[in-house]
Design a protein around this ligand. Structure first.
Ligand SMILES: Cc1ncc(C[n+]2csc(CCOP(=O)(O)OP(=O)(O)O)c2C)c(N)n1
Length: 638
């Protein structure tokens, strides 16, 4: 079903069309854009509240600036649906996040209006500054560079590294701070409180009115604009110095806070800011989910709600007649509480993903032992390291893809000191519709090469619980447990906690012709394959290796002596991954066995359902079976 746009939106095929409209028409454009987003996301799913919150900002930015010559960079990019719709992708918007359709995030190869590829947060100011400095170098003095960053993304260290640089770079950079007091969950930390203080401070509000009254007139003054701008600047400085504005201290000119839903005021302000050179920040107040009452009320739930009835607000969930397996993240969340009740040393840490990781269960039950540290993966890792030095056992839960941010900290702060930090890597393997920025493809390879690190993956819920229990035992050192997005396989998952010997695998079944070695949840495909082949009298062995490091060498010796064909399967990159570890073992012990590795090739894999992507990469049940049959057939021919 293709959604019909409103009358004005239907005429906008690029921002140039938008800029051809009268300013008075922008309100209607905003209303139609908001409706178009609601209509589409309710049917096709995707991120919701963030894009609704920046509708006016999106319209105003494209109206005031000459995009794509002026470069607009959206931080994270989950709020850029309006931007996509206004920049020539309205007709394809129903394919957003669908297999082979539009990406859910800005992407350079998708459109010249997507100035920078995003997905991970807090990169926009650095990227925009790089572009601004390049423009300066090339003499493009009329070119503007705008980073739009949320208050959540602003808690990321990179944003501050960029502000620190930009303040003295003297480049033409505008940072729009989209402050809605929300990350996915409520935003946290002192910065958030500081922004609230500015917003509610009487001095600022008074100043804002005065400043914008003057600024609003700038464009009418033509050649006098610079003079007025400098007067405005002095006015701001005079007032702000009293208040010691954080951004001013970093040598940014601070403007705002302004109402991010007042399209006319916003457009006028942005136009005026074009006349003010150098680094500047516009503090915009917006409401996440604006214009859809339920989304305004329960902003976390409506961050990415799935499909829903846009009239009643009912979020559609598939109904099952039988009990379903839980999500791995929920097994993690509940098991954390269970473990922490038994062991007073256990703590929980998440960088801004309490509901995404289900650590919120522990945060509610034991608020003094579970921490949301903001979008700050590096800090989350080193903070955990600090806890561990004091004899505590932190479980630091980070999505595999976001763990990439904290890599040096894993090596330098945790592994070199052999500290007992447990890394629970959620969304390991293909993330699905979020696409390549979010796939957790690399962790097996990047964790496996670090001294002291244990790398494990459960094949089911019970194994996850046992690995968590094992990792919490004394003197375990750094311990990674990776598990995928979505459900496990055990509706009855609350099994008794058992310690697993580190570096031991499980024999799922012994066989004759070939051995399948799996790592993690993906092993369930192999179970299916073995059953299918068994029907034809083909018995293959299946081993759930459970640890990519240390490998179960005893089991591997058994396998390499017993079979002359081995298939390894992993939901991770082939280069340096689990299969590579098995090959290293083979070479080190000079076995000569035919090994085929299945996993993610050395390529950027786009978005699609996990199942689809496993299929494309040849390691869904069908792909594994095909490989096994081919290998067995080859030996028959020989
Ligand atoms: C490095 C990194 N960590 C975590 C995330 C997950 N994440 C996506 S959006 C988001 C919240 C962003 O909050 P904010 O910037 O305020 O934008 P809003 O959704 O409120 O508009 C988070 C934590 C991410 N994209 N990147």
């Amino acid at each position: 079903m293709i959604i019909q746009p409103g009358e004005l939106l239907a005429q906008i095929n690029s921002p140039a069309d938008l800029r051809g409209l009268d300013q008075e028409q922008l309100l209607q454009v905003s209303q139609e854009l908001r409706q178009f987003i609601i209509d589409n996301v309710s049917i096709y799913g995707g991120h919701f509240g963030a894009s609704l919150g920046v509708v006016e900002l999106t319209v105003a930015l494209h109206y005031a600036f000459n995009t794509p010559y002026d470069q607009l960079i959206w931080d994270v990019g989950h709020q850029a649906y309006g931007h996509k719709i206004l920049t020539g992708r309205r007709g394809l918007f129903h394919t957003n996040r669908k297999y082979q359709g539009l990406s859910g995030f800005p992407k350079r190869k998708e459109s010249p209006f997507d100035a920078f590829g995003v997905g991970h947060s807090s990169t926009s100011i650095s990227a925009a500054l790089g572009m601004a400095v390049a423009s300066q170098y090339k003499g493009e003095n009329d070119r503007h560079h705008i980073a739009v960053i949320g208050d959540g993304a602003m808690t990321g260290g990179m944003a501050f590294e960029a502000l620190n640089h930009a303040g003295v770079a003297n480049a033409n950079l505008l940072v729009v701070l989209n402050d809605n007091c929300m990350s996915i969950d409520p935003n946290v930390g002192a910065l958030k409180e500081y922004l609230t203080d500015i917003t509610t401070s009487r001095t600022y509000n008074k100043l804002r009115d005065e400043v914008w009254n003057v600024l609003g007139k700038i464009s009418k003054f033509g050649p006098n604009a610079q003079y007025i701008a400098s007067k405005v600047e002095s006015a701001i400085k005079a007032s702000l110095l009293k208040q010691s504005n954080l951004f001013e201290s970093l040598k940014f000119r601070y403007f705002g806070p302004v109402d991010g839903h007042d399209i006319h005021h916003l457009t006028a302000v942005l136009k005026d800011l074009k006349n003010i050179p150098g680094p500047k920040i516009l503090h915009c107040l917006t409401v996440k989910g604006k214009g859809f009452a339920l989304a305004e009320k329960d902003q976390t739930k409506w961050h990415a709600p799935g499909t829903f009835d846009k009239i009643t607000g009912e979020i559609y969930r598939v109904q099952y007649d039988t009990p379903q397996p839980p999500k791995y993240q929920d097994v993690f969340g509940h098991t954390m509480v269970e473990l922490a009740e038994q062991n007073s040393k256990i703590m929980g840490v998440t960088p801004a993903m309490p509901s995404g990781s289900s650590l919120n269960i522990m945060m509610a039950a034991m608020p003094n032992r579970a921490f949301d540290v903001g979008i700050a993966e590096q800090h989350a890792v080193t903070f955990s390291a600090g806890l561990a030095t004091q004899g505590l056992v932190p479980f630091c839960n980070i999505y595999s893809t976001f763990m990439q941010r904290g890599y040096d900290q894993v090596i330098h702060d945790v592994c070199l000191q052999n500290l007992n930090v447990v890394f629970c890597l959620d969304r390991a393997g293909f993330a699905g519709d979020d696409g390549p920025t979010h796939h957790g493809n690399y962790d097996i390879a990047y964790m496996r090469c670090i001294p002291n690190m244990v790398v494990s993956a459960p094949m089911n819920e019970s194994e996850l619980r046992n690995l968590m229990y094992t990792a919490s035992q004394p003197d375990m050192g750094p311990f990674t447990i990776r598990y995928p997005r979505g459900q496990g396989v055990m509706p009855e998952w609350r099994t008794p906690l058992k310690k697993i010997e580190v570096g031991t695998g499980r024999v799922i079944q012994e066989g004759e012709e070939l051995a399948i070695l799996t790592f993690g949840h993906i092993g369930n495909y192999a179970v299916e394959v073995c059953k299918n082949l068994q029907k034809e009298g083909i018995t293959v062995g299946h081993y759930d290796m459970r640890f990519a490091k240390p490998l179960d060498e005893q089991l591997l010796h058994h396998i390499f002596r017993q079979y002359d064909k081995v298939v390894t399967v992993e939901d991770g990159c082939l280069q340096g991954g689990f299969g590579s570890a098995v090959l290293e073992f083979m070479v080190d012990y000079q076995y000569q066995v035919q090994v085929k590795r299945l996993g993610i090739p050395d390529a950027v894999i786009e978005h699609g359902s996990q199942l689809q992507l496993h299929h494309d990469c040849g390691y869904d049940a069908e792909g594994i079976e095909k490989t096994v049959r081919e290998m067995i057939l080859q030996s028959v021919k020989v």
